[in-house]
Every structure is written in structure tokens, then in C-alpha cells.
Design a protein around this ligand. Sequence first.
Ligand code: NAD
Length: 482
Amino acid sequence: MLRAFPMQGRWETGAGEPLPSVDPATGETIVVIGTPDASEVDAAIRHADRVRVSSGWSTLEPHRRAARLHAIASAIEQRIDHFARQQMLDNGKAWKECKAQAASAVATFRYFAAVCETAAGDLNPPRGRYLSLTVREPYGVVAAITPWNSPLTMEAQKVAPALAAGNAVVLKPSELTPLCALALAEACESAGLPPGLLTVLPGTGSSVGSALLTHPLVRMLSFTGGTATGRALAVVAAQRLLPIALELGGKSPQIVFDDADLDAAEKGVLDGIFEGMGQSCVAGSRLFVQRGVHDELVQRLVRRASSLRVGPPQAEDTDLGPLVSHAHREHVERHVRGALDEGGAIATGGRRPEGETWARGAYYLPTIITGLDNRARACRQEIFGPVLCVIPFDDEREVIAQANDSDYGLACGIWTSDFPRAWRIAAAIQAGTVWINTYKQLSIAAPFGGYKDSGLGREKGPGGLELYRQSKSIYLATPDEH
Ligand code: NAD
């Protein structure tokens, strides 16, 4: 039986190609989901636009929209285990990480409820006999396209601010992970969001995704995914003059100096790359270590990485589940083979775990590679798997140049007890997020996005709402008294 999805205010199974959702821990199909065909995508977008107007959502006072967002947050919170489970089944991430991400989705809706309720317009300084105000209005229908690695986080991060801004949202989740978006639609419905304000259209990028991008009633696109896909979408968006936000890939450096607290650095580097099996846009996949502590840190990391428990994601003691799919594991394996061809050496991992427990899932061991330099393909291309490349360095100037010598610019970690040096490097690094003596510390209250090929625009923070609004300046004449 096909699983339905919410379109035109109803749950339908659609006339498009059905989409199997596969559990990467077992290789088994969990459920087959219906998808819309081209005419249904068109009808769904038109319906979303009508509901936006007929429900009064776009013009509702912000505090009333905020109340609805709070209700959605509570609805997610009541089903928190269900949400975490949908992501765990779909992308294989370990249960504890899925639980934490479900909690972050709740916090995201609450945060944007607060931003929505408190965001003010501007009273501009007068330059004549008039009052000049700038107000912010929604675009209309916003399309959101998301990747598979963290659907719980990514989808909340787009849907919450886009709704808060007064838009209707049409969400296309990754074809690999459609379940969280369906759970979100159920939560929105039970929280009393007018049906049709959040439409979820499962399907592939080439069918549903491109139909969204080219539909005349879609007035803004918010995309998270790979850089090649983002670039292709930006070309089409440019033709349409469609505002577009792009959160793209990364190849983030971690820099450890001789004077760093090595215990803290060891943990930060390890979690920074291996959490989520390296399937994180901010994974710290290039590790630069100052020569004086290079061998010791590598030894420590090898010991810790080889003791991480890889196994079924639902098991309490599992640190790392499988990769998202068997095809993605082959992609990771190709990169590791390529690294060896370029002269790299495996310090740990570099293979699948062996045994009955791991036989059917897309498992892979946390892998550390030494002996490469920053020009190697494994240090330039996003592997998006549990693969850390370690590169020694001698001085500050050299490591800044190497860290910045990348097409990407998403994040960077700096480990040192010399704070003036940490600030100097933070200023010199070309990346949207810099962490000093910590890593992957993410707050919904801080803007997030990429330099260079890592993206365009910033999600989160108060400005996360502005992504989904356009400004209008109004002048009101205030003639002299007669
Ligand atoms: P992807 O680019 O393959 O797919 C992302 C989404 O785009 C999917 O929903 C896909 O169906 C859709 N898509 C693909 N082709 C399309 C087309 N022609 N038209 C419209 N939609 C299309 O990325 P992925 O493999 O799902 O995700 C991994 C990537 O996402 C990595 O590069 C990772 O770094 C990036 N990512 C970035 C961030 C960030 O915030 N910067 C966060 C998470 C993931």
C-alpha cells in the first residue's frame, strides 16, 4: 500500500512514480510513498497560493502566527520519539543524535515564533515633509528543497521561518528521506495550521524539484544540498530572477596548535568528523596539526576512532549507525581508494566492519588517513563520510593559507590556548562559522551559511526570518499646517 502525502489540503497517494523508503541499516524497504505527477505539482502550488490568501495567513497579526508556531513546536515535542525514529529509519543516524535533532526542531519553531512576534518594521529618518516606513511582507509561495543528512534539522530550519514570515511552503524532501517531512505535516495539521499552508511533495529532484523551481507561483526557493545541485538551480533561478538561498557543501578545516588542550581537541576533532558518520555539511574533514603534537594527536585519534561502536542505530550503545545508503558507501569507498592512489596511508578504518551484525547494512568504519597534502583530491572534494585527512603544519601563516585553499568556506575549528592568535586566525579564515576550542556548537540564534562555494544567504538568527520576506517602503505626506 502506498503512503499518502499532504497536497491540496488532503492526504493523497499521487499519480507519480512511487518512492520506496529504504532502511540503510538493513537494506529493507520500510514503506513505499506516493509522489505527485507534473499536473499534481502544479495544482498543489496553486492551491497553496489560494490557501495563503483565503486563510488570511499572510496578513495575520504576527503574534497570532507565533501562537500557531508554538502549537507546532508542542505537537513535535509530544511526538518527539516518533520524529527521531522517522529520521533514524530513513538515514540510519544513531538514536541519540536523532533525539537531539528532534529536540532542536522543537526549539527552532519556538525561536522563530519569538522572532516573528517581535520583529518590527522601520521608521526611516525623514528628509522632507513625510513619514517613511519600511514594512516586510511575505513572498507568497516558498519552495523548500532539503537533503537527506539531517532532515529533522533542515526542514524545521526552513519551514518555521518561512511560515513565520507569512508564506505558504511547499517542501520537497530528499528522495532518500521523505519520512520526517510527512511527520512534520502531521504535526502542523494537529496544531491547527490551515491545511495547504504546508504542502509536502515527495519525489526526485529531476521530477518534483525542477517542477517547483520553474513554477511561476513559486516566488522564492530555499535550498540545502550539494554545491553542484545548488549551482544548477541558481542558473535556472537567475533566468526567473527568483530569490534563492543556498546552503551547500563543505570541506572544513580543523587547526590544532602545539599549545592546545589536547584532551579537548581530541574530542572536538573526533566528534567534528565522525558524528553522523561524517554526513554533515560542517564535518571537520581536513585536520591540520602543528608538527610538535602531530604524532601524539594522531595516535590518540586512532585509539578513540577505533573504539567507536558502529552498529544498529537503535541500539543504546551505538555511536555510529550505517551510511545513508549502500550507494553512498560505494561513493565513500571510491574516495578512500583514490586517497591511497595519491599516496595516503590508512591509520585506522578504511573498510567495512565484518560480521553478521553489519552484513546487510551500509556500515563503514571511521577512517583516518595520513600522508596526504592539501592538494590531494580527498582534501579538496567533499566525501561526506567518516573520513578524516590529517596534514602536519609548521606555522600560523602557512596553515591559514592552506585552510583557505579550498573551494568551500563553511566552517573552521581552531584549537589553541593563545587567544590573540585564535582571534587573528578567526578573522583571516574564509568561512561562515568559526569555532575556537569547540566544534559543531550550533545555535539557532546565530546566522549560519557559507563563504565561496558553500552557499549564498544565511539561515537562522533573526535574519533567518528576513530570508523569507521582502521589504516595502511607504511614504505618507505630512504637509505643513494651514
Ligand atoms: P543533493 O544536492 O543531491 O540533493 C539535495 C536536494 O536537492 C534533494 O532533495 C534532491 O532531490 C534535490 N535535487 C537534486 N537535483 C535537483 C534538481 N535538478 N532540481 C531540484 N531539486 C533537485 O544533496 P544531498 O546528497 O541530498 O545532500 C548532501 C549535500 O548537502 C552535501 O553536499 C552537504 O554538504 C549538503 N548540506 C549542506 C548543508 C548546509 O547547511 N550548508 C546542510 C546539510 C547538507
